[in-house]
Design a protein around this ligand. Structure first.
Ligand SMILES: C[S@@+](CC[C@H](N)C(=O)[O-])C[C@H]1O[C@@H](n2cnc3c(N)ncnc32)[C@H](O)[C@@H]1O
Length: 258
């Protein structure tokens, strides 16, 4: 099964439980790193959230003042969670959801997206690409929809073999890992409550190895990893986070469109 089809099936199954990830240590640090990358003030800005799923980080953008967030995701069930939450909050037109495969040209879908966005996020979608061409398709959309000087923010795998991804200390662990051409597939277990959320991930070395090539090809510059030490949770409890800082399994990348 293609990685995109697998993502659709897997996330449809786990959609209602996925947001529990936000309460895990990994979920907490990634949200704080994203805040650093974005911020802190998004007043009046328009955001495109590729693979934005249930809207965890889209809602954070609204909290930081964004005018709107358009989420595009392949899983209708993840999108339903996002739109149900918006309805429960009594909000209209702040967060809109669109179903599409973000490794394909989004212009082909005829979606009512903006021509250009101030911010484009791509959080964890590169972990669902088992071929370079799939990643290139994702990056093509990032480049196409970011305005000049717009900000890119994305969470990616950092080291699927990290010791800290085996112990589960930080709220997620790897079940199994298999080598594939150019990278690995692994079984991710997120320690959501009341039950863990599990799914298969495909991650290529060109992403988790920290290469800037695909980012640069998409017209991005000033590509940096947000320092883990800048997260408030690390400042509050450096002892707990010491192992993670030594061998992290995620990174938040920030870049600017040329
Ligand atoms: C780990 S979840 C992360 C969701 C959200 N970005 C976040 O950080 O909370 C990965 C998301 O990427 C979506 N996804 C994976 N491959 C995709 C693709 N090719 N096109 C669109 N969405 C995709 C999945 O449906 C899922 O919602």
């Amino acid at each position: 099964m293609a990685a995109q089809d697998l993502a659709k099936t897997s996330y449809n199954e786990v959609a209602t439980a996925y947001d529990g990830y936000a309460q895990t240590p990994a979920g907490i640090i990634e949200a704080q790193l994203i805040a650093q990358a974005l911020g802190p003030d998004l007043t009046g800005l328009h955001v495109l959230d590729l693979g934005g799923g249930s809207g965890l980080h889209a809602r954070e953008c609204i909290d930081y003042g964004a005018e709107s967030v358009d989420i595009v995701d392949i899983s209708p069930e993840m999108l339903k969670v996002a739109s149900d939450i918006e309805e429960s909050l009594g909000r209209r037109d702040k967060i809109k959801t669109f179903e599409a495969d973000v490794s394909k040209p989004l212009s082909d879908y005829g979606l009512p997206l903006r021509e250009g966005y101030d911010v484009v996020m791509a959080n964890w979608i590169f972990s669902h690409a088992d071929k370079r061409s799939t990643l290139e398709g994702m990056f093509a959309n990032i480049g196409a929809y970011l305005k000049p000087r717009g900000i890119f923010v994305g969470i990616r795998d950092a080291n699927p073999s990290s010791h800290n991804f085996q112990t589960g200390k930080y709220g997620a662990h790897v079940g199994w890992v298999k080598e594939i051409e150019g990278g690995v597939k692994y079984w991710a277990v997120l320690h959501c409550k009341p039950e863990p959320v599990e799914f298969e991930v495909s991650s290529l070395e060109i992403i988790y190895g920290g290469s800037k090539e695909l980012y640069e090809n998409a017209g991005l510059t000033d590509i940096v990893e947000v320092p883990l030490k800048s997260a408030q949770c690390v400042k509050d409890d450096p002892e707990f986070w010491a192992d993670f800082l030594e061998d992290p399994f995620l990174a938040v990348v920030r870049a600017v469109k040329v």
